[in-house]
Design a protein around this ligand. Structure first.
Ligand code: MOS
Length: 728
């Protein structure tokens, strides 16, 4: 069998045979185990901690309850020129900002001893009243544009939306609510931290080894060159692993004091409280249209939860203002301070709920004007970016809708709600929605080497969280050089081999591939090879008279100034360009068509069939791309019908912080998901023609399901998730 033609995912074999090693799979000699004890109040102060019983557990080596703030500085907040998922560093003072915050760290010879000891730690507190929901007394609402004066985070205003809405003959005014949700990646948050001389080595599954490297160096007051972060594969990130987490600094200090390497694996409930989550949100959408369904005005107002200590900025209107060609738009985003750890990015962080609101409202306009839900979307497509007036670099959302409608069989739909039934009597609903996601990129440095045997090695900024970035890189290199993709050695997520940066926001492949592409061009020049065609690499390296040939290339976003952004890449600070570039605006798009069935007596909602057609530019890796879309659809089904982090308004914290009580879809919930791609290269964003895909895959799924549930039942549901008891 010819491996080139059959390789669909270069790490598939290592994954399914369990050979692939994740961060905390490393087991160095003399390992000690760490477990955190956590606060059991929602807010206040630790008055006293009793660690006597913990110290007496056989095998316990060290219990840390307080670290001098000069020894462990704040990591800073990742969205405010820092590195941490939040600015607050536990253990450096007596303050408790949220339930579940670490108050002590136990180090022991075994995991069992560390766990037992941590459970024996008790504290006395001075508790304060808390506010953990948007509506709790004491939750403080502030306007984002005033609180964070950065143009990108300002209100989005074009034309006069209030006047245009007031004058619109057809009006829809809806309020929708999104719950707090958690990422629940399969790989728990985990680290192995060790000192090799003066060098701190961190093994951790992360989306941002650059932030860990530079952030922990800042916290400890050491040079970033003294920190190595190794994260070759991540068992799912989804935004929860996008920054320096607050366990690493204390582990580094403990490892130094003990003179031993340390391993920490957070329990699942701890991952609900010691890292970020999707914040609760409340949105009001007003849409105005003429009698033919032409959209005339949109007003989109959002309140989003944040913590007391950080302002997690919302970007809901970035996408809602571009979804259609609406001239008069007004968006306003507010933040609500509550007593939680700082929330953050979770797949399609803002777009998921933003598009749920807008696409539910568009469906209502379709019904109010008697238009077909697909036709009304096609008729309102944007020809240029309504916010800036710039052209879109590529926009094939209409093609996504047309192709999806055919694949799904949309023409057979009876628009009347409650009109379609399955043989078993279940109500059938068919719904459609589109989604968009900003086309952002980061700077990236790619290093390419070829040795005398002709083996190609690539190191680049990027992380493999399961999305398939390794396969996309391998295919690009293999296609260019005419070699077998499995022979390409790829290093991602490793600060020893290339400067690392945040892999998130669907910019991973769109940032890494252009850098690798540029390095390939440089390699051909260096080896005096023709610009295309399969070269004889061994002969070329031999002719160069060197044991190996190394090249490096750096790329930035279109129109970005190179030097400052590459400096930021090297210091691990968040650096992104887009979706607005000097000459154009870039988004990825998708259309989802969903069939639901609602069982007549139990009102159980099933999703037997989904068709999703995406425009992500050129498809760099067909199999992993299709898997990403399926994963996004599965997540959308979970987010719409299942997932909700329940908060305890009296004691704080999240109540259902286990996989038993936080139900995500299982195989039995998932049926047919047909995926297709427009596969048109974006001509402007980068020479490879790729846009992002991972996040747009989920955008609009909830709205398509909600619209299908309306078609089945005749009822609009404003609050996610939609549970059986809501439909009964
Ligand atoms: Mo993604 S939610 O930007 O890791």
């Amino acid at each position: 069998m010819n491996p080139t033609s059959t390789v669909q995912r270069v790490d598939a074999h290592a994954k399914v045979t369990g050979v692939l090693r994740y961060g905390a799979d490393r087991l160095p000699h003399d390992l000690a185990y760490a477990v955190f004890a956590v606060a059991t109040i929602g807010k206040g102060r630790v008055v006293d901690i009793d660690t006597d019983a913990a110290q007496r557990v056989p095998g316990v080596q060290l219990v840390i309850t307080r670290i001098d703030p000069d020894e462990l500085r704040s990591p800073g907040f990742i969205m405010a020129n820092g590195y941490g998922f939040q600015s607050l560093q536990p253990l450096v003072d007596d303050r408790v900002a949220y339930r579940g915050q670490p108050i002590a760290l136990v180090l022991a010879d075994t995991l069992l001893a560390a766990t037992e000891a941590a459970e024996l730690i008790t504290a006395t507190y001075e508790a304060e009243p808390i506010a953990v929901t948007l509506d709790d007394p004491g939750a403080e609402t502030i306007t984002q544009a005033e609180a964070i004066p950065i143009p990108m985070l300002a209100d989005t205003v074009t034309g006069d939306a209030d006047a245009a809405f007031a004058a619109a003959p057809v009006q829809v005014d809806v309020e929708v609510h999104g719950p707090a949700q958690h990422q629940v990646p399969m790989e728990l948050i985990s680290s192995v931290v060790e000192w090799r001389g003066d060098t701190l080595v961190v093994h951790e599954g992360t989306q941002n080894s650059g932030a860990i490297q530079n952030g922990v160096a800042q916290q400890l007051g050491i040079d970033p060159t003294q920190v190595e972060v190794i994260s070759p594969s991540v068992g799912g990130g989804f935004g929860q692993k996008n920054s320096l987490l607050p366990h690493i600094g204390p582990l580094a200090i403990a490892a130094r004091r003990l003179g031993r390497p340390i391993k920490l694996v957070l329990t699942r409930p701890q991952t609900f409280h010691q890292a970020s989550f999707r914040p609760a949100s409340r949105q009001r959408v007003r849409l105005g249209a003429d009698a033919s369904g032409r959209l005339l005005a949109a007003i989109h107002e959002i309140d989003q939860q944040t913590s007391r200590h950080d302002l997690f900025p919302g970007l809901y209107t970035e996408v809602s203002s571009r979804l259609y060609g609406i001239r008069d738009f007004r968006g306003r985003q507010r933040l609500v301070r509550t007593d939680v750890q700082t929330p953050g990015y979770m797949r399609a962080p803002f777009e998921h709920m933003s598009v749920y609101a807008i696409e539910s409202a568009v469906d209502e306009i379709a019904y109010a004007t008697g238009q077909d839900p697909v036709e009304i979307r096609l008729a309102n497509d944007a020809t240029a970016d309504p916010v800036t007036g710039l052209p879109f670099s590529s926009r094939h959302v209409a093609e996504c809708l047309r192709r999806g409608a055919v694949r799904f069989g949309w023409a057979e739909r009876n628009p009347q709600p409650r009109s379609m039934r399955a043989p078993d009597g279940s109500l059938i609903g068919w719904g459609v929605a589109i989604g968009a996601y900003p086309g952002s990129v980061t700077p990236a440095i790619a290093r390419l080497s070829v040795n005398a045997a002709g083996t190609v090695t690539v190191a680049v900024a990027g992380h493999e969280m399961g999305q398939g970035i390794r396969t996309a890189i391998a295919r690009l290199v293999a296609d260019d050089l005419g070699i077998d993709p499995v022979t390409v050695e790829i290093s991602v997520g490793d600060t020893r081999h290339a400067p690392q940066h945040l892999t998130a926001g669907s910019w991973g492949t769109a940032s890494a591939l252009p850098a690798v592409h540029a390095a390939l061009r440089r390699l051909r020049t260096e080896l005096d090879l023709p610009s295309t065609g399969a070269p004889d690499l061994r002969a070329a390296v031999a002719a160069a008279g060197r044991p190996r040939v190394d090249v490096e290339a750096t790329t930035v976003g279109a129109g970005q100034p190179t030097e400052p952004v590459v400096d930021r890449l090297r210091t691990g600070l968040v650096t992104i360009a887009g979706p607005e570039y000097p000459e154009f605006v870039t988004f990825s798009y998708i259309a989802h068509f969903v069939e639901v069935t609602v069982e007549p007596t139990t009102c159980r909602i099933r999703v037997p069939r989904v068709v999703s057609v995406a425009d992500c530019g050129r498809v760099a890796s067909p199999v992993t791309a299709a898997s990403q879309v399926r994963g996004g659809v599965v997540w959308g089904i979970g987010a719409t019908l299942r997932e909700q982090s329940l908060v305890d308004t009296h004691y704080g914290g999240f109540l259902n912080s286990t996989m038993e009580e936080y139900p995500i879809p299982v195989n039995a919930d998932i049926h047919r998901i047909d995926v297709d791609f427009v596969d048109q290269p974006d001509p402007l964003l980068n020479p490879v023609g790729v846009k992002g895909l991972g996040e747009v895959a989920m955008v609009g799924v909830s709205a398509a399901i909600g619209n299908a549930v309306f078609h089945a039942t005749g009822t609009r549901f404003r609050r996610l998730p939609i549970h059986i008891e809501d439909v009964l």
